[in-house]
Write a protein that binds this ligand. Structure first.
Ligand SMILES: [Zn+2]
Ligand SMILES: [Zn+2]
Length: 161
């Protein structure tokens, strides 16, 4: 048995349950289509562009219009279940439960792998500093670009060749 797979399955169930609860608390529901798209994003290791989601839906035998995808992504992101990654023009499932502060996304410029960090203190500090400058953030995500561990190792290996 692959323990890693079992852990992942438990996590998926947890995220789906959370998404259902969020929808229910808004008097709405996680329809089959919303769930399918949310699931694709949860299972993806990288943020996905709308057309990539359409392709994955097609692999599952579902044809879906771009307009429908964008409407559902808008619904999921307005409910904090999905984040739009501006730097990549793509979407990532939120794996943290936060509604009162933005998310912090670390994006690998090389392979697009993206990690979310939940740090309300750091977000609060950025917010306070922006206020001091008379500015405000218009985004629900703070994006930091860098290089992931895999790409850093790869770069070291390439250098030594
Ligand atoms: Zn988030
Ligand atoms: Zn990378």
């Amino acid at each position: 048995m692959d323990n890693n797979l079992i852990d992942k399955d438990i996590l998926y169930v947890k995220y789906i349950k959370h998404a259902e609860d969020v929808c229910k608390s808004k008097g709405d529901r996680l329809t089959d289509l919303r769930r399918a798209i949310f699931e694709i994003l949860i299972k993806s290791e990288k943020p996905l562009k709308a057309y990539e989601i359409i392709e994955k839906m097609r692999e599952h035998g579902k044809r879906i219009h771009a307009a429908t995808i964008y409407r559902i992504l808008e619904f999921l992101s307005s409910n904090g279940l999905v984040h739009r990654v501006d730097a990549l023009n793509a979407y990532i499932a939120c794996t943290k439960n936060h509604t009162d502060h933005p998310s912090l996304l670390f994006i690998c410029s090389n392979c697009s792998r993206t990690a979310e960090i939940d740090d309300p203190d750091l977000c609060g500090s950025i917010h306070k500093n922006l206020i001091k400058l008379g500015m405000s953030s218009n985004n629900d995500c703070i994006e930091v670009k860098g290089r992931c561990e895999n790409c850093a190792i790869q770069a070291t290996m390439d250098d030594s060749n």
